[in-house]
Design a protein. Structure first.
Length: 271
């Protein structure tokens, strides 16, 4: 295939194009805060089914978060262990989403060798967004986005829409009779989409458990076979600055290509 690579708008020469089918490490990160309580059963069932979609050599871990993040199952190849951990989770508490994702990247996946991915089930409402910093994250969204740029971890978000008039299975009305809260929910959804796009992942917005089947298959396919496209940058500066990347498939202008949006250049070593 004839790919074109652009770094900061300047075309680069592709030197390598290889399929990558090595096993990956998957973290299922579940929002168990009070705002998603009505989705707990759906999240649990969805996560259990998802563990059955991935390859036999892949490993899965489970973490939950409200005002704190907790690893309830470390990386394992035993699907029954993961399922038992998922069945034990309960809901309640505030939401510190930004901190939870940063901890998941830094502590649970970054130290592990091999490909890594996070599938997060959440409405994205960090209490920091709602003006309640005491039960929200200590880090901000910009800091999290910067961390995402530096980490080699794919992020897939399953957006739990808790704001509409049929926001949950019981039909409990959401908060969008209140303009300020509507704005918060829109901002949270935009942030989830941005994080997924930045890492080369995707965001899904299912309303029912049945709608997740297609998402499972797509994510599993994404993770099962990826492609490594390599080039030597024409920008030789070791300045530590952000380099944006754009990839196009020539002759297929409508093709959708998901890739990381860039990288930070190395810095010149100081004496």
């Amino acid at each position: 295939m004839d790919f074109s690579i652009y770094e900061d708008g300047i075309r680069q020469q592709a030197d390598e194009f290889l399929p990558t089918q090595s096993p990956f490490n998957l973290l299922l990160l579940l929002d168990t805060s009070g705002s998603t309580g009505s989705y707990l059963k759906m999240m649990r069932r969805a996560a259990i089914e998802f563990t059955r979609k991935i390859g036999e050599n892949d490993r899965v871990a489970v973490a939950t978060f409200n005002s704190k993040v907790r690893l309830v199952q470390s990386l394992t190849g035993d699907r029954r262990e993961a399922e038992r951990a998922l069945k034990r989770i309960k809901s309640g508490g505030g939401t510190a989403f930004y901190d939870a994702l940063m901890v998941s990247i830094d502590r649970y996946l970054k130290p592990v060798q091999g490909r890594g991915a996070i599938v997060v089930f959440t409405d994205g409402i960090d209490n920091q967004l709602e003006g309640r910093p005491e039960s929200g994250s200590r880090s901000g969204f910009d800091e999290l986005l910067d961390r995402n740029k530096k980490a080699d971890v794919l992020v897939y978000s399953i957006f739990l829409d808790t704001d509409g008039p049929s926001a949950d299975a019981a039909g409990t009305p959401g908060p969008c009779g209140f303009p300020r809260l509507c704005s918060v929910y829109r901002q949270a959804k935009e942030q989830l989409a941005l994080m997924a796009d930045q890492t080369g992942g995707r965001m899904y917005s299912p309303r029912k458990i049945d709608e997740l089947s297609g998402a499972y298959s797509e994510i599993a396919d994404d993770l099962r076979v990826q492609y490594q496209l390599g080039y030597n940058s024409t920008n030789r500066a070791c300045d530590g600055k952000w380099r944006s990347i754009q990839v196009e498939l020539e002759g297929h202008p409508d093709a959708v290509i998901r890739t990381r949006r860039g990288y930070y250049a190395r810095r010149e070593a100081t004496q």
